[in-house]
Design a protein around this ligand. Structure first.
Ligand code: ING
Length: 316
């Protein structure tokens, strides 16, 4: 039996500080139309798809920061995308900056939503792993201030049974952490949708570009293979805000193979035919969690945050 989903990773090229949301939404709609013409059932847009990746800069005042956030979703700027998607019967993942009024205060999250092929928001995720730093580092060529501008996500790593399969979401740095995929894997995830904004180089020159590409692929291929799930990943790419952002949007099989990938740093749709039943082999054999996991040996994973090495010298 086959359960086919044709997935599209809708990579976006640069979005600048002064790029209006409406212009970005038009580009996203163009990619949605292309996806529909190629039979896609679901389209993945990048993290922070509506604006430039503003955490590369230091902003002193909250008012300057809040302009990058959406106070409601959907809203007038993105409504045309929602309407087109519903008309075409295509679901989508959208990464955006969420300004929420909760618990009597304003909360700022790096968020994604999952919209089904009927136009219904079926799921929301808030980025758990915030990389970088909260303090200003003026000596660095650029900043990475997600810890200043966002709270860590408070929704965990949920999955949803939608569009014929079990889908989950994560955002950018989350894709580097095995816990991200395993928590969704323990809920039977069959397709992980994710967007990212990743500089081609780190600001201190510690990693060459080729190793960044290697790590990008390694992290997602391992997550797919070790949990028997498809991964559909969409980058924000190209020279944005003066920083070269990596592309590499791709679609990865439950066996960890990259079956389709972007080859530009611009708006580009990557498409693959994904049979969700291909997840079964790993889930029922080598990664049959119920048959093989020994969770009484894994306690440190949830009880200890930072690493603690032994002090005793075993050779003494
Ligand atoms: N960006 C980067 C990412 O995890 C990063 C930050 C790059 C961390 C390279 C470590 C190494 O892809 C975001 N937005 O998380």
């Amino acid at each position: 039996m086959s359960r086919i989903i044709i997935a599209g990773a809708a990579q976006l090229g640069p979005i600048e500080l002064d790029t209006p949301r409406k212009a970005v939404v038009q580009r996203m709609m163009e990619l949605m139309r292309e996806a529909h013409s190629k039979g896609c059932n679901v389209v993945v847009y990048p993290e922070m798809a509506l604006t430039t990746f503003f955490p590369r800069w230091w902003f002193e005042n909250q008012e300057e920061v809040d302009v990058f956030f959406e106070r409601s979703m959907p809203n007038p700027d993105v409504a045309p995308l929602f309407e087109l998607a519903q008309k075409l019967g295509v679901g989508f993942y959208l990464g955006y900056c969420e300004l929420a009024e909760e618990d009597g205060r304003q909360r700022h999250f790096n968020t994604s939503i999952l919209v089904n092929d009927k136009g219904k928001i079926v799921g929301k995720y808030r980025k758990v792993h915030l990389p970088g730093h909260a303090e200003h580092k003026p000596q660095d060529p650029w900043q990475h201030l997600e810890k200043r501008y966002f709270e860590p996500g408070d929704l965990g790593f949920p999955v949803w049974r939608t569009m014929g399969g079990v889908m989950g979401m994560c955002l950018c740095n989350d894709r580097r952490w095995p816990e991200t995929y395993r928590v969704m894997g323990l809920q039977g995830v069959e397709m992980v949708l994710l967007g990212y904004n990743t500089p081609q180089l780190d600001q201190l020159g510690g990693e060459p570009a080729f190793i960044r590409v290697f790590h990008n692929n390694l992290s997602m291929q391992a997550g797919a293979y070790q949990n028997g799930t498809w991964v559909v990943a969409a980058a924000k790419a190209g020279n944005e805000g003066g920083i070269d952002m990596m592309g590499g949007s791709c679609i990865i099989t439950p066996q960890g193979e990259i079956v389709a990938a972007a080859h530009t740093f611009d708006d580009e749709l990557v498409v693959a035919k994904c049979d969700l039943d291909e997840c079964r082999f790993n889930k029922e054999n080598i990664f049959n969690f119920a048959a093989h996991r020994q969770i009484h040996h894994y306690k440190l994973i949830t009880e200890r945050t930072g690493a603690v090495a032994p002090t005793e010298d075993a050779d003494a």
